[in-house]
Structures are given as C-alpha cells and as structure tokens.
Design a protein around this ligand. Structure first.
Ligand code: UGA
Length: 440
C-alpha cells in the first residue's frame, strides 16, 4: 500500500518509519523544505531513541521518502495520515489552522476510495466541518477517519511498533476494514468507534493520566505536613489492582506538549458548554502554580538563594527527549534569577540551552551550560535534580560534595537515597518525603 504521512514532528516521522518498516511505500510530507532535505539525508530535527536507525533503514530500502510535494504524494496514496500540530490559544481554544490547510491540500489531489486519517488531536465533533471544507474542493467523496496517537516521547518508536491499542474512529465499515488490515501486524487490540468518541477518548486518556499525577502531587503536599512519606503511601496503595503502581510519581507537575495543552482544552470545552466550574480548570491551576509553591518552600528551608551558585540538572520536560515544551527548567531558572541567584550552571544530556526559548532571557549571561554533571555541580551552593535522566540519577553526588559549603540538594523526582545524601553532608530536600521534616 502507498501511504502519505503529513507532518514530520515526532508522531509523523515515527508513523512513517514504522509503516515503511512493515513493508509499505511511505511519503513523509511537510511544508518545511529544510526539514525535508535533512530528513532525506537521515538527519532528524529532534532527538528520539531508535528513530534515526528506523528512518535510515526506510531510506535505504527506498520504502520511505520525504517530500514537500502534495501533488506527487497524494494521487499515489490510498491512506493519508494527518499528524500536524494543533496548538492551543491561551484561552484553551484549539487552533486548527494546520490541520485545515493540510486537509485542503489533500482534497485537491485526493483519489477515489482514498482514506484520510486524522492523528492530530482535534476537538470531538470536528469531522463535519473538515468533511465540508474538503468537499468544497473535491468531487471525490471524502472518507475521514480518526486514529488518535497514544505514544510517549522518549519511547515513541517502541510504542508505535507495539501499541497498547489501535482506536479507529469511523462509522464506515469499508474504511474500518482497510485500516484494521493496515494496523493488524502491530498485534494490538483494534477497535471501531465513532470519530467523536475516538477524539474524546484521546483527550480523556491524557486528562486521566494528568489526573493521576495531580492527585499524587496533592497527596505528596499533604505528606509534608503530617509525617507521612509519599513513597510509602504509593507502595501501600499500589497493591490494589484497581489502582496499580504506575504513572503517578510525584514531582513538580506534568509538562510536555500534550498534558498541559489537552487539560487546558478540556477546561475550555467545558466552559463553552456551561460547565464553568470544572475539574480540568482546577487541575490546570494546581499544576501551573506548583513549581512556584514548591520552590517558595525550598527557599524557606535553605534560607534563601541570594548570591548563590546553583546547578540545574535536566532541561528537557522528561528523560530521553530533547523536547523542552512546558519543561520545568523554563520556570525554575527565571524563578531562581528573580530570587537573586548569582549563577546557574545547567546540564542536560541532549538539550542545548541556546536552543531553548530561554535563550532570549535578559539575564541569560548568568546561566551557563556545563558539559557534564560534575562541572555543573562544581562549587554549587544548591543542586536541583529536575529530570530523571539515568546519568543524572546514577551520578555519585558525594564525590562533588564541597565541605566548605552548606550544600543543599533538591531531588524534584524523588530519585536519590536520602540517607546517602545526608551522610555525604547535603541538606537533602524532596517531594513529600518525611525525610524533609525529620532530618533537618
Ligand atoms: C503523553 C501521554 O503519556 C501519551 O500517551 C500521549 O500519546 C502523549 O502525551 C500525546 O498526547 O501525544 P508525553 O507527553 O510524551 O506523553 O509524556 P509522559 O511520559 O506521559 O509525561 C508527561 C508528563 O508527566 C511529564 O512532565 C512527566 O514528567 C510527568 N509525569 C509522568 C509525572 O510527573 N509522573 C509520572 O508518574 C509520569
């Protein structure tokens, strides 16, 4: 089968690579010429484990090629995946400009029986509008289906090869059969539901996962006040199979390009249909204010940071990606500068400070990138472990302990051993562990 995948962000490139690996002929299409030229050389515009190898293999077998040309790719394709971005405005309203312009281009060259599959996250009920605008451009009957994406950055390739489920939103049995056959080799359960349910299911899945994180963060905050330890609380609850032990580890709140955006959009949809006072609003507010609340608390415990030198470890929003969208560092660094720190040394295994939105900050001169953890922590008064990259978690912090200083260490992902850090002479701080209280 010949397939076009529109949009070469991480969802689009991974989807294109995996379908090429399954033996299909795949066009990866994007309007960004520079990006397409690099991709055709096997150079990725972002870091994602296993993806470079996947793309190179596709290019080598000539089953994968990247193009900017709708006129070449679409008339050749039986299935077209739309994987372009759907940013949201501050209000939470979704900007569908990129999806609409991709669909209009597709409509110009659509062949009879071709299926257009929207993977981009779009509001439930968008399909009537999409079909209408496309049908104004083409006489070919438009067959639209929804197939939301559930992969995580950092493990996108393995999760696309082995998805937990494939959800196909269509009421057309012909469309379902073709898409089921296409996805069958992935070995996942495949379900047919309506397009609106598929779109709502995507929002609901992300909002539920964000809810688990928000919930455990709120419990962690309570632990700070009552002598309980969040890690023990999690252990005690996880044995209940209805709850489980996964995906609710506390920290500074959820980030990335998906949870903050999808929760904000659900809050917005709820308001627009009359549910002004809704859980999504509260969750969004709690998550947005979290970093400042935790850091305010830390400053009280360490006696302020004025004039201090601080190491910030981890600039991406989570490990195994160079994506900095809604990364905690983007709030933590300006906060520290505002509180008067003299110098910040940052380290990240993949992210260059110069490539973050933070590069334009007026006080950027006070922030330096280090090439390794030891260098970042050298002579630091305080160390903040922001992201649980394996090398950041496995580092021997006792080695760089400077005995002439009262060094503090904030472990914002509860990854380190409080006893070992304390024995090494650090003032160890973390999220919702009783250690914070009893050993200070
Ligand atoms: C998320 C979903 O997990 C995917 O299923 C979904 O397909 C994707 O959004 C999307 O909509 O495209 P992603 O944003 O890549 O994936 O990252 P996650 O691993 O889910 O992490 C999101 C945030 O939650 C990160 O800031 C992470 O640090 C935080 N988190 C995660 C926690 O604070 N605690 C946890 O236990 C897990």
């Amino acid at each position: 089968m010949t397939i076009t995948v529109i949009g070469t962000g991480f969802v689009g490139v991974v989807t294109a690579g995996v379908f090429a690996e399954l033996g299909h002929q795949v066009y990866g299409l994007d309007i960004d010429q520079k990006k397409i030229a690099s991709l055709n050389q096997g150079d990725l515009p972002f870091f994602e484990p296993e993806l470079k190898e996947l793309v190179l293999a596709g290019l080598q077998t000539k089953r994968l090629q990247f193009t900017t040309d709708y006129q070449v790719a679409i008339p050749d394709s039986q299935v077209i995946f739309v994987c372009v971005g759907t940013p949201s405005a501050d209000s939470g309203a979704v900007d569908l400009t990129y999806v609409e312009s991709a669909l209009l281009e597709v409509a110009k060259y659509l062949i009879p029986e071709a299926i257009v599959v929207v993977k981009s996250t779009v509001p439930p009920g968008s399909f009537d509008h999409f079909a209408k605008i496309m049908q104004e451009v083409t006489k070919v009957p438009v067959a639209l289906a929804s197939a939301p994406e559930f992969l995580r950055e950092g493990s996108a390739v393995s999760e696309t090869r082995h998805p937990s489920r494939v959800v196909i939103g269509t009421t057309d049995d012909r469309v379902f059969t073709i898409l089921r056959n296409l996805h069958q080799p992935l070995g996942a359960p495949i379900l047919q539901i309506s397009p609106a349910s598929a779109q709502m299911g995507k929002y609901a899945a992300n909002a539920y996962l964000a809810t688990r994180i928000t919930f455990i963060n709120q419990i962690a905050d309570l632990c700070q006040h009552n002598g309980a330890d969040i890690e023990e609380v999690i252990k005690s609850m996880g044995f209940d199979p209805r709850i489980g032990n996964h995906f609710w580890y506390p920290g500074l709140g959820y980030g990335g390009s998906c949870f903050p955006k999808d929760v904000k959009e659900l809050a917005y949809f709820s308001r627009t249909v009359g549910y002004g006072d809704n859980w999504f609003n509260s969750m969004q507010e709690f998550n947005e204010g979290r970093i400042t609340r935790i850091l305010d608390d830390v400053l009280v415990k360490v006696g302020g940071v004025d004039g201090q030198k601080i190491a910030v470890l981890g600039l991406s929003f989570k490990p195994n990606t160079d994506d900095t969208r809604e990364a905690p560092a983007l709030k933590v660094i300006p906060y520290l500068l505002q509180k008067g720190v003299a110098q910040i040394q940052v380290y990240d295994p993949q992210v260059q400070l110069s490539r973050t939105p933070f590069a334009n900050h007026s006080e950027i001169d006070q922030v330096n990138q280090s090439t390794n953890i030891a260098q970042a922590c050298q002579d630091a008064d305080g160390i903040i472990l922001l992201i649980e990259w394996p090398e950041i978690v496995e580092f021997e912090y006792s080695q760089i302990r400077n005995k002439s200083k009262n060094q503090w260490l904030l472990d914002a992902r509860n990854q380190l051993d409080p006893q070992a850090l304390s024995d090494a002479g650090f003032q160890y701080l973390s999220i919702g562990r009783t250690w914070n209280k009893s050993h200070e």
